[in-house]
Each structure stands twice: as C-alpha cells, then as structure tokens.
Write a protein that binds this ligand. Sequence first.
Ligand code: PLP
Length: 343
Amino acid sequence: MFLIDADFRSDTVTRPSAQMLAAMQAAPVGDDVLGDDPTVKALEANAAERFGMEAGLFCPSGTMTNQIAINVHCRPGDEVICSSLAHIYNYEGGGVAFNSGVQVRTGGDAYGRIFPEDIHRLVQPDMDVHAAPSRLVVVENTANKGGGTSLGLPLLHELHAAAKSHGLAYHLDGARIFNAIVREGDRTEDYSFFDSISICLSKGLAAPIGSVLLGNKDFIGQAKRIRKRFGGGMRQAGYLAAAGLYALENNIKRLVEDHEKAAQIDQWLSQVDYVVERKPCETNMVLFRINAIGGAQALHTHLASLGIRIIAMDREWLRIVTHQDITSAHMHALKNGLQSFQT
Ligand SMILES: Cc1ncc(COP(=O)(O)O)c(C=O)c1O
C-alpha cells in the first residue's frame, strides 16, 4: 500500500525549492570569517534594513543567535527574565547557563506571553547583594510552546517600557517573527525598538539553514567575536545566505497559506470528542490536549501508521505545524487520520 509521508512535526522540515537551490548555486561567495563573502554581507544588510537595525550577523541557527545575544547582553551571574515557556529556557540545552553563566527567572501565561507586571515583579534589585542582577528581558514572537501565539506590537511596546524602566536590555527571539508580522499586518521596521532581534530563515521561510542576529553596530561587533568563540564562523557561507535572501524576498507573504491550513486543522480538532483543550490557533501551529492520559502517544502512533508525522509534546499535549511543503493530499490524510482515531 502506498503510504503518504505527511510531515506536520515542524516548519523546520521543509526542503529548499528548485528556485531556492538555483539561487544558492548561483551565489557569489568568499570567506566570510575573513569578511569577504558578498552574499553573506548582502543578507545581513538586507535583514538589518528591513528591521530598521544598524547591522546583522548571519549564524547557523536560532539557538546560536539567541545564545550570542544573551552572551553579549549579560555577564556571568546575571539574570534573564522570560516566559516559563520560552525556547531559550526550555529548548536550548541549558545554554544560558553553559554558555554565559546566566540564570533565568520566569513568569507569564500558558500562551508564552509575559506582561509588564511580570517584569516589575521578577526584576531583582541591583543594590541587593543577595540577588542575581537582572540584565535582560527576552520575549518570543510568535511563542512556540504557547501555540504559535502572536504577542502583538502594543504588548511588545509595553514590555519595552517596563524593561527600560529598570535599565534592562530587550531581546526578541523572532524565530517566527514573520508569522506574527503576516498575521498582524505589521511592517518589519515596526520592530526596531528592540536592542537585539534574532530572526530565523529555516522555519516558515523554508531555507535549509540560517538565522540572522540584528542590533546596533557595536552590539554586532561584539556578537561577531562570540560567534567565532561558539564555533559559528562559516567560510563560503554565501551559498547558505543566498537561500536566506531568496526566502526573505519570496516566502514571507505565503505564510498566510500556512495560517489558513492551521485554522482548518484547528476546526477539525474542535469537532472530535477526544480533544479536550486547544491553545488559540493564531498562526501556523495547533497545540491540543487529549482526554486520556497517555493518549498523546496513542494518537501519535495511529497517525504514524498512516504516514502522518506530528509531535507528542508530553503524555497529553500534541503539536501540529503547517508549512510550505504541506499539500492538500497531506491535509486530506490528516483529516481522515484525526477522524478515524478511537481512544
Ligand atoms: C522560538 C524558537 N526560538 C529559537 C529556535 C531555535 O532555532 P534553531 O533550531 O535554528 O536552533 C526555535 C526552533 O524551533 C524556536 O522555535
């Protein structure tokens, strides 16, 4: 029997399109560690200009851009304030401690948002020698473990004001910032009030690799040294940067299609009785909880037997993500798979 291969685990699973591969192959390159890869420079300048920031730094991953930002903003013993669901706290291998000797203080809601009150409550007084000094606020937009939540510019501005009222730096983990921008109808330059921004090219934008860290010239100058220290200096990286440039120029608007597909899946899930809770579906992710303890694995196994891959986040919660490579046949198979599951 022909088994479909429908991969809904993440938007990171996409393969570069023929046009993207052609752009990569045609890229002029140099040695970027020596500072002479023209395509890397073009990508860094393009991303920085879009977001109204002075400079950019091309890195292999969003983990690295976040970890570099934390390393530049903080000193060992400092504290970072973020959501309890934040990627930097849950999914970066303890990098904040390992790479920067920093600890994390968390707050916020079940959707990956934090609020100005959280900052005012969590900030540690600089004068108190018992406390680890707060140095940095990190927000994630969209919030992955929150369900692809879009925080919205008004809240991000309020958080900025709260961070600055305590003299804290303000970093955006924008792994999926373009999903938020497309949903809200924002402009990229609306985000220029951050001290630093990490954007990912290898999520919904469908490049095979790459993230760009954005900030002012001094910040990016320091970040460049840390990138080298972390082993992230790349040589003929222009081939990879070309994929990122192609993604920025061609793959932002189409994110709307991913959001529509996610909304469709969310609707199907609202109609099956084994789903007892769904996080609000705002962008390209659907996070849902199923009634039976251990049921997440059972649904995961049922779908896998039909050639459909999703992620079981724990014993009850599952995640479905839409992206460029999801076809209508994949959607059809998923609908049938969800409807044929029996607890
Ligand atoms: C919100 C968020 N930040 C950062 C990252 C890290 O990106 P990478 O996998 O490129 O290290 C991810 C990865 O999925 C993410 O979801």
